[in-house]
Design a protein around this ligand. Structure first.
Ligand SMILES: Cc1cc2nc3c(=O)[nH]c(=O)nc-3n(C[C@H](O)[C@H](O)[C@H](O)COP(=O)(O)O)c2cc1C
Length: 144
């Protein structure tokens, strides 16, 4: 089976649930995911990772990454890191958020921007999932 690393950063559990679903769906397609919370830095090492990386990250507060991603974000924001630090990484990122907030999906955007600055490359376009759309769809369904 082809392996990939799947990290999630969640405040209330949604990003974890989505990551678990990705894991199941990927398995059915012949991929095996190493699934970890982004805070479990002893379980993965992006400096040496050769497999594709998938990150699912929500937003909390006023455009902040989840608390579980704070240490990770602090580490990758280290100005001393060389611009090719993550040049070996291929990744896809899904940001979760709600467009009712000013800083839509900003937790994901912060991580995405920094991974790019450090040389990582997308293997798939970044997605921004919007709670607001789901709420509107629920309202429409209720009214039918
Ligand atoms: C207190 C709070 C603050 C939030 N702030 C933002 C925000 O600034 N920008 C945004 O796009 N979404 C924001 N959201 C929406 C969440 O990112 C969204 O509901 C997401 O699906 C939650 O995922 P999680 O359960 O993995 O944390 C906020 C939600 C809560 C409860």
């Amino acid at each position: 089976m082809r392996r990939f690393l799947l990290l999630y950063a969640t405040q209330k559990g949604q990003a974890k649930a989505i990551a678990e679903e990705i894991c199941e769906k990927a398995f059915a397609h012949g991929f095996s995911a190493d699934l970890h919370c982004i805070s479990e830095s002893d379980k993965y090492d992006l400096k040496t990772e050769t497999a594709p990386l998938v990150v699912v990250v929500s937003t909390t507060g006023t455009g902040d990454p989840p608390d579980t991603a704070r240490k990770f974000v602090k580490e990758i924001q280290d100005k001393a890191l060389p611009i090719d630090f993550f040049a070996h990484l291929r990744y896809g990122l899904l940001g979760l958020g709600d467009s009712e907030y000013t800083y839509f999906c900003n937790g994901g955007k912060i991580i995405d921007k920094r991974l790019q600055e450090l040389g990582a490359q997308h293997f798939y376009d970044t997605g921004h999932a919007d709670d607001c759309i789901v709420s509107h769809l629920c309202l429409i369904v209720v009214q039918i």
